[in-house]
Design a protein around this ligand. Structure first.
Ligand SMILES: *[C@@H]1O[C@H](CO)[C@@H](O)[C@H](O)[C@H]1NC(C)=O
Ligand SMILES: *[C@@H]1O[C@H](CO)[C@@H](O)[C@H](O)[C@H]1NC(C)=O
Ligand SMILES: *[C@@H]1O[C@H](CO)[C@@H](O)[C@H](O)[C@H]1NC(C)=O
Ligand SMILES: *[C@@H]1O[C@H](CO)[C@@H](O)[C@H](O)[C@H]1NC(C)=O
Ligand SMILES: *[C@@H]1O[C@H](CO)[C@@H](O)[C@H](O)[C@H]1NC(C)=O
Length: 473
């Protein structure tokens, strides 16, 4: 009775499959700001993402010729920067803020790209705040760096503020702000201390700064291959005893099995490329990694496990040590997941005091068969948590005004006067650079003082207007 599907129906099915394919495999954040600061044209990354210029703002644009500045003869072609995002920067001589529209409140990933292509940028010292948190304090970027944060956003606008330290400037090359998937960090973790382990909650109101993302025994994972455009690096540089005969590296060609319809364990937590490699240890050994971290901070240590090592369930039992403390004894991954090749992670919270070193270890157990793999690890993330006052490095210094609205007082007036002087100095340097490079300054002289946001750029540009808070003179 059923008629064979006609060509029209087949075409419709094919179209549906095509439409559903990318939607199902790619995470689509509700908020997705990708900004190439100071750029004049959109920058497209190898991972396919398109960063749009932050045009229409009242500050300086450094063009791609700038990286060659110290040595290049006038007219010589500049060497191509490593990333299209590194070709330009936005430089601030005073308090400045980006207002980023937020459609969906909740946790967001914020990445700030710093590529100091001139000595002035490499020595710039400044502070960066967002949503009431002090993310970077007295920060300098002498070499290229991406600062990666996960922060709660509880407003319709996220104000990202740059404050230069006295006599310095602030800069940024690119900004990513996108909605984090709900399952990325839960509210509950396991607090590990000398006294033992305990449950801790309130993680969802924290800011996290990712210091390490490690693909144990695996290849570097680039944003191209990561579901949230992250970078994961190999663990060998942090491994304490590489030559140990009791450890072994594994890689897996099969399929990583994600729980069906699970809201907690998805490919956004970590990509397959992290779960399909691991390092194992036998029952008589330990695998230890050391990570230098800033002292006197609280950390979230996420350990990723996926049993690609065993041939059958219930073969592996191991201990987990966090900062020298026993966090789990004879941990049985099979009972926890119920399947092989099934990803799982544990969030440990730990305080690092004066030693400035975070030690993580996996130890074998006598419950496992001697001579066989006993414990393993696939991936690691180490994230610094904010301090009580809302600062990352330090408690939020009261003197540092990261506020968005300028209060008009004499202090403000004096500060803006000082700012104006620094500003004029920077402007002079800029003019000299322009002359030296003989590049054409396409924008007219009102660039610095322009208050109008370019309406020609439409809605997108409106969403993240740069707000010069102290340049209205
Ligand atoms: C930044 O560091 C300098 C030198 O260490 C210090 O004098 C200054 O007070 C710091 N700035 C803030 C806002 O803490
Ligand atoms: C665990 O936390 C609870 C509540 O904060 C506390 O009463 C208990 O003493 C803690 N246990 C340990 C072993 O620290
Ligand atoms: C992405 O992952 C695949 C498979 O692991 C690998 O062959 C490829 O080189 C990776 N691409 C990039 C750009 O990292
Ligand atoms: C592994 O390390 C832990 C903690 O440092 C230690 O207690 C244990 O004895 C070690 N096991 C072996 C087999 O070296
Ligand atoms: C981080 O900041 C939040 C919000 O200000 C605060 O509730 C939390 O206690 C802070 N974290 C720590 C470890 O103090």
């Amino acid at each position: 009775m059923a008629s064979p599907p006609g060509p029209a129906r087949l075409a419709a099915l094919l179209l549906l499959a095509l439409l559903a394919g990318p939607a199902a495999s790619r995470f689509a954040p509700a908020d997705n700001h990708l900004i190439a600061c100071g750029a004049t044209a959109p920058a497209v990354l190898p991972d396919g993402r398109r960063f749009v210029p932050d045009s229409g703002c009242a500050s300086m644009t450094l063009r791609s010729a700038a990286p060659a500045l110290p040595s290049a003869a006038p007219g010589a072609p500049a060497p191509a920067p490593p990333s299209p995002l590194h070709a330009a920067a936005r430089v601030f001589s005073c308090h400045a803020s980006y207002d980023l529209a937020v459609r969906r409140r909740g946790r967001h990933v914020l990445r700030l790209h710093f590529y100091p292509f001139s000595p002035a940028l490499a020595s710039a010292c400044f502070h960066v705040g967002a949503g009431g948190f002090l993310l970077l304090h007295n920060f300098t970027a002498p070499s290229p760096v991406v600062k990666d944060f996960l922060l709660p956003v509880d407003a319709d606008v996220l104000v990202l503020t740059f404050v230069p330290e006295a006599g310095s400037a602030a800069f940024v090359n690119a900004i990513e702000l996108f909605s984090a998937p709900d399952e990325l960090v839960g509210d509950i973790g396991t607090l590990v201390a000398a006294a033992g382990v305990n449950r801790t909650d309130g993680l969802s109101s924290q800011v996290f700064e990712t210091l390490y993302r490690i693909n144990v025994a695996g290849r570097k994972v680039t944003p191209f291959n990561d579901t949230l455009w992250r970078t994961w690096v190999n663990d060998e540089g942090f491994l304490v005893s590489k030559e140990s005969s009791s450890s072994k590296a594994w890689s897996f060609g099969g399929r990583i099995a994600y729980p069906k319809d699970s809201r907690l364990m998805t490919r956004e937590v970590a990509p397959d490329n992290v779960y399909n490699s691991a390092r194992s240890v036998r029952s008589d050994g330990n695998l230890t990694w050391d990570f230098p971290v800033p002292a006197r901070n609280r950390y979230l240590v996420r350990m990723h496990f996926c049993d690609i090592v065993s041939k059958a369930l219930y073969q592996l039992y191991f201990s987990i040590y966090v900062n020298g403390h026993l966090a789990a004894k004879d941990f049985d991954i099979s009972s926890t997941t119920g399947y092989l090749a099934y990803p799982y992670y544990i969030d440990y919270v730990v305080d690092v005091d004066d030693e400035g070193m975070l030690k993580l270890a996996i130890g074998g157990s006598k419950m496992s068969r001697p001579g066989e793999a006993s414990g393993f690890l696939n991936g690691l993330e180490i994230m610094r948590m904010n301090k009580t006052g809302g600062g990352m490095d330090v408690d939020f210094p009261a003197v540092l005004d990261m506020g968005y609205l300028v209060s008009k007082g004499f202090g403000e007036f004096a500060r803006s006067l000082l700012c104006g002087l620094v500003f004029a100095g920077l402007f002079l340097v800029f003019v000299m650079l322009v002359l030296r490079l003989r590049t054409e300054l396409k924008n007219n002289g009102t660039l610095w003082f322009s208050q109008s946001m370019d309406s020609g750029d439409g809605k997108l540009a409106k969403a993240y207007q740069l707000v010069p808070t102290k340049t209205d003179y």
